[in-house]
Design a binder for this molecule. Sequence first.
Ligand code: PEP
Ligand code: MG
Length: 558
Amino acid sequence: MISIQGKGVSNGVALGPLYFYQRAKSTVTRTTITDTEGEWARFKAAQTKAMDQLGELAEKARKEAGDEAALLFETHQMMAEDLDYEESIQSAICDGHLNAEAAVSDTADQFAEMFASMDDPYMQARSADVRDVSSRIISILCGAAQGGIDSPVPVILAADDLAPSETVQLDKSKILGFITEGGSGSSHTAILARTMGIPAIIGVGNQMKAEYAGREVIIDGSNGNVIIDAEDDVRKVLLNKMEDQRKARELLERLKGLPNETRDGVSMRVFCNIGSPDDVHAVLSNDAGGIGLFRSEFLYLNCDDYPTEDQQFEAYKRVLSDMEGREVVIRTLDIGADKQIGYFNLPVEENPAMGNRALRICLNRPEIFLTQLRALYRASAFGKLSIMFPMVTSVWEVREAKKMCERVKKELREEGQSFSDDVSIGIMIETPAAAVISDRLAKEVDFFSCGTNDLTQYTLACDRQNADLGRFFNPHHTAVLRLLKTVCDNAHKNGIWVGICGELGADLTLTETFLSIGIDELSVSPRAVLPLRQKIRDINVAKVRDKILKTLMSDEQE
Ligand code: PEP
Ligand code: MG
């Protein structure tokens, strides 16, 4: 039996075979070859395999998101077979005696540069496509599996860490739990695990060895334990715990249909955070009141090129229709920092968390923002939509973003397209600047939603991705909680509601505090809805409020 200690970031016990995440290899070695015919045949075989993979992806995309989504993969198929592209590779192999990987890589560079230098933006965008197709062929030539899970049965997935673009592409039905070497409790792997309601353990460092692959592993997300080949008695204890959790879950089921109301009648809205339209069924089955945060960037992370207005419209429409009139807050694009997307061609930054991200990108590149806003407003005809802007620091940013909304509405009206007149506009409060000027921002919008993951990061100057910061990253810090109180007071003075959509919202040790400072909505992962309801229904706010506020504002706070 091997026992490894990490940090549990999503509760629950899971058991299954250990599987290491396969990441496509990208290093290309250069060799001189003599058997040019053999090397050309090797390229042709890899090209055929790439064509097959792309065909399958096109079919999957067509089923999930329609013809337009499939077109991207079909374009890649055309590129893989393009005669000029093939000729260039053939000449590098047959005349230049270069190995196939290097020949494809050189050709990709030449073609990508050529496309990038063209005036037409459509042709410029093909630069990313040719690189994508080429790296697929190179991965096949190198014998590397495409990133993902190649297992017939569900597994406990181990990885160094997973980028957001990798997590969105995982086949979720194959994952029983996560283990990562690095990461932090508010990293996107941890968030994904909580949304899926499966256990996750981070920060195991280099303790996971390749030879453990395929062996039975039990993970306990409540205490961060990873046990490989458990001894019988340990196995029995953990399986009993798993059974207890199942029963506790069953008990929670009885809370469905009951209000989120404290003993003394204070109501709290409990909504859900989602990352894809597929998560809506978990929202409904956990009896949440609505969606408080739909991270729209999944659409962008899941594509090899900018998603079109129609692709976005279909996704937003699906969420709004499936939610059948319940409120859905869709956050506009929040990329940059840890969520990098190749085709955006963002300059490399020394300090990306403080760089070009979220609303900043949208305001600097209006064509991207306007496309998303058009899709959102068109989808608003199918449900109760609210739009929310991330990473706000100044009033002018909000005004500029709202102007773009007005421009889109005017355009749609002129085109005769239908949209709802009742779309609320809100902002995320996730920078100290926004919290401090929340009195002024409250005059500009219909609601606030506090992104405590980033608010903690920026207030405490602590990178949310850095597991080594340990106790320095403390979302319970008085500075964070006092900022939340300031935001609540300013929101209420101006007649707007305020929620929390960061991970802190599900922290049951703070539910009394949130009720006491006047938070109106908590938006949490679907599995956290019923435990939160249970907690709320157990609280008497009138009894605890004064003490909590006094402690929070006391000058003895550390
Ligand atoms: C947050 O920062 O708290 C938040 C909800 O946004 P994200 O985690 O997507 O940055
Ligand atoms: Mg954030």
